[in-house]
Write a protein that binds this ligand. Sequence first.
Ligand code: UDP
Ligand code: MG
Length: 323
Amino acid sequence: MSEGIKYSIVIPAFNEESLIEESYKRLKNVMDTTNEPYELIFVNDGSRDGTDEILTGICDNDSHVKLINFSRNFGHQIAITAGMDNAKGDAVVVIDADLQDPPEVILKMIEKWKEGYDVVYGKRLERKGESFFKLFTARLFYRLLKSMTNIDIPVDTGDFRLIDRKVCDVMNSFNSVREKNRYVRGLISWAGFKQTAVPYIRDPRLAGETKYTLKKMLKLAMDGITSFSYVPLKIPLRLGGFLSAISAIYLLAVLILRIFGISHISMWGIMIAVNGFFAGINFMILGVFGEYIGRIYDETRNRPLYIISKKVGFDKNNEDNKR
Ligand code: UDP
Ligand code: MG
């Protein structure tokens, strides 16, 4: 029944034995109400608990369910990518296994998709049951990233979203968007197409602990920033320019004061100004390197120059030529 699938639901899971069965049931109940063909693709990201056994059992009993098992833990973003690679549906939904994103919201996303939107992302109005630290750092991170990039990456949205087949194809196409340090939600924003939001309230985790350790969170944040912003590479140039400029002004002032005998400023003062000036130049040279490295990075990433959503009139010409 792989052909004609309307919806693919991609569910990454890492050590989720305490809730995966319940998660499957909720998703199944919601998807059954659509009365349209769907598949649930679980991606087991190298779990070391019973997740594999439970999912294999579910697969055996329900033909809607598919399982991709990783040989080790490759990380959430890679798990999502593997699910999207293997999804057959006309629309693909990515959702966490821990039921923090209520499966019922998928139905609202589908409505929006049927209205003609290609990307429908879930926007978190509120996040329940999460630590102050997590809420604070997440809020800060989304705003920092937004301020550092030209791409319109919406704030307070995770990977819980629906994407149309054509957006999924762009993400999956080889030699284009196959970045290794992936920040999937950013790539989807970057891809463009008609995007809209569905607001929802994020529930607490159904069971177990977060699988996003501080280390994994930092890695995700760094991937988000380095994939979509040059700003860190530009810091030395700006800082150096600023430092050199104020040192030069200071030096000029000191020299004038000395030459006209208004005030006597020691050689030390002058040396500090000269030193600051050259330190600034050093920074600026680093910044110039940064600009080049940024461009090399851009070239190696292999993102396509553009993505076409529609072409009109081209086939018509071909027909005319044949006649
Ligand atoms: N996850 C994964 N691989 C990882 C870490 C997490 O596949 O290395 C999955 C996890 O099982 C869950 C989703 O990614 O389905 C989100 O993780 P989690 O709920 O732990 O993150 P949080 O909601 O706390 O940010
Ligand atoms: Mg979670």
